[in-house]
Design a protein around this ligand. Sequence first.
Ligand SMILES: Cc1cc2nc3c(=O)[nH]c(=O)nc-3n(C[C@H](O)[C@H](O)[C@H](O)COP(=O)(O)O)c2cc1C
Length: 203
Amino acid sequence: MEFYEVIHKRRTSRMWTDKEVALEAIKRIIAAGMKAPSWDHYRNWQFIVLHSKEEKEKAFSYAKYIAERFDISKYENRALNLAQKMYAYAMPKQYTMLLECPYVIVPLFQCRKLNGQWVSKLNPLTTAWCVAENMMLAVINEGLGYSLRIPLNQEHNIVLEKLGVPEGWMTPCFIGIGYPDKNELVLEQYDSNPTGHIHMGGW
Ligand SMILES: Cc1cc2nc3c(=O)[nH]c(=O)nc-3n(C[C@H](O)[C@H](O)[C@H](O)COP(=O)(O)O)c2cc1C
């Protein structure tokens, strides 16, 4: 696929078909992640790949709890902006969007504790997001789709413990990969036209 076509086609999916994904495609997607820029030049990343339903059920029980606890009634019978509509749509799917796709990749980066005092202190996390974005674009290039969950607060440690990840490693996100359900609702987006966002020579 042409690069800007990949950029244009990228979107988050949360509903899947039953079609299996080739493990070779998952390996190419991880290889794309490994090509990301790294703040310390080490490329010190690991990737847990979950495939069986049991593995995903075990890992994402907290997301199930969050999705089931979500009170959709707060979003009904009132005007919602596009972000609120996205939230109301996405929240109930936080578990199934990981469970029902063939693969979930959990990228891992080495870091004992995040320090947000300065943006440069967050370089380990920022780099991991470069890895994640490379993988998301590679997913689209493969003709697949992805779901994305950022673990909420303690969910981070709960999932990593269930996956047996050693101390000193963190994850930025969980990336579900599959063939998206073509009937899935495509959420309305705010305009991505850069006009009005560019400040030549200073703000
Ligand atoms: C940092 C970040 C965190 C996100 N967290 C979640 C999440 O936890 N669950 C989810 O369903 N989508 C999540 N998303 C996906 C966004 O909802 C999505 O990118 C946004 O609504 C725009 O839609 P699009 O990706 O289809 O263009 C996240 C995206 C980013 C960049």
